[in-house]
Design a protein around this ligand. Structure first.
Ligand code: PEP
Ligand code: MN
Length: 338
């Protein structure tokens, strides 16, 4: 249930709504906007509570039942698009944020070279997997803790924020210490134990769409991350499994528009994991920006031929440079800049 306060409603009136909710056994979350405050009434039994219980309270403008399974990620709760600051980089603002780097951190030299290269070409966040969720247990699993230290060095030497994936509850502490943004991979989108454990932390979290998740399931998973008050959740469309087998996954370009209507959270697109091949990455990336995405997460490797993971879909520096150049007029056409 969403209680929208009148513009100018005072703190006492908001507190009164919160007290009433608590007295009925519900939790609340507040969205204190510049003009008005919205109170989300949360609990498994809100459906049984009469909306009039809140509608009669002073300062309340309207009470709406949110019939969607997700509440905190919804536009009803937070009518304005969320902008968030991540170590000095604004996500969800006018500037398209490009996060780029190798699929996996392979060595200090490879990561530093990749990071310097993408930073010079306009990326504002460096990506690099320390813990890799691999389909086969015999594939390279990532350098783990050592990779986190290398990412920390990139961050301190180049002054650029880093994003890396957390694959299980045990590694949250380590990842939290070194990463600016924590990535939840597609295969973990509905790992509810992991989402619950992450809900208590302060870091921004990038939540990838599951390989076979609907947009509703994805936004409902985002609610787990938002449930303890963390407001910095970024969604990442990375393609879903369909009958099409010429690409690794089918990038659902429509989800961008759907998310923008249904949710206030920023959405970035990962064209690399959808495409599965570097040849298709630029066209998907450009389409994503034209469709309204707030950013891109792109795999770039100094030497894709030697990559230990996802070399086929990684851009080299010249290809990344070309893409960044091609993105500019597209971003401008939709009122943004890169
Ligand atoms: C990744 O970004 O390195 C990754 C494993 O992506 P996904 O979870 O989308 O497959
Ligand atoms: Mn990858």
């Amino acid at each position: 249930m969403i209680v929208e306060m009148r513009a100018g409603a005072n703190k006492e009136q908001v507190d009164h709504v919160v007290e009433r909710a608590h007295s009925l056994g519900f939790d609340v979350q507040l969205n204190i906007g510049t003009e008005k405050t919205v109170v989300a009434i949360l609990g498994s039994d809100t459906g049984k509570a009469d909306t009039d219980l809140f509608a009669v309270l002073p300062g309340v403008q309207s009470v709406t039942r949110v019939m969607k399974p997700y509440k905190l990620a919804s536009r009803e709760f937070h009518p304005r698009a969320s902008k968030m600051n991540v170590s000095g980089v604004e996500i969800g603002g006018q500037k398209i944020v490009v996060m780029a780097g190798p699929c996996a951190v392979e060595s200090e030299k490879q990561l530093m070279e990749a990071a310097k290269g993408v930073q010079k070409l306009g990326a504002s966040v460096v990506r690099g997997g320390a813990f890799k969720p691999r389909t086969s247990p015999f594939s390279f699993q990532g350098l783990g803790q050592d990779a986190l230290k290398m990412l920390a060095r990139v961050k301190s030497e180049l002054g650029i924020p880093v994003i890396t994936e957390v694959v299980d509850v045990n590694s949250i502490d380590a990842v939290e210490k070194h990463a600016d943004i924590i990535q939840v991979g597609a295969r973990n989108m509905q790992n509810f134990a992991l989402l619950k454990a992450l809900s208590g932390i302060k870091h921004p979290i990038l939540l990838k769409r599951g390989l076979s998740a609907t947009v509703t399931e994805w936004l409902t998973a985002a609610d787990y991350l938002l449930s303890q008050g963390n407001r910095r959740v970024i969604l990442c469309e990375r393609g879903i499994r369909t009958f099409e087998d010429t690409v690794r996954f089918s990038l659902d370009i429509t989800s961008i528009g759907v998310i923008k209507q249904a949710s206030h959270l920023p959405v970035v697109v990962d064209p690399s994991h959808a495409a599965g091949h570097s040849a298709y990455v630029p066209s998907i990336a450009k389409a994503a920006i034209a469709a309204g995405a707030d950013g891109l997460l792109i795999e770039v490797h100094p030497n894709p031929e030697e990559a230990l993971v996802d070399g086929l879909q990684s851009l080299n520096f010249p290809a990344f440079e070309r893409l960044m150049k091609d993105l500019r007029p597209i971003a401008e056409a939709v009122g943004r800049n890169v």
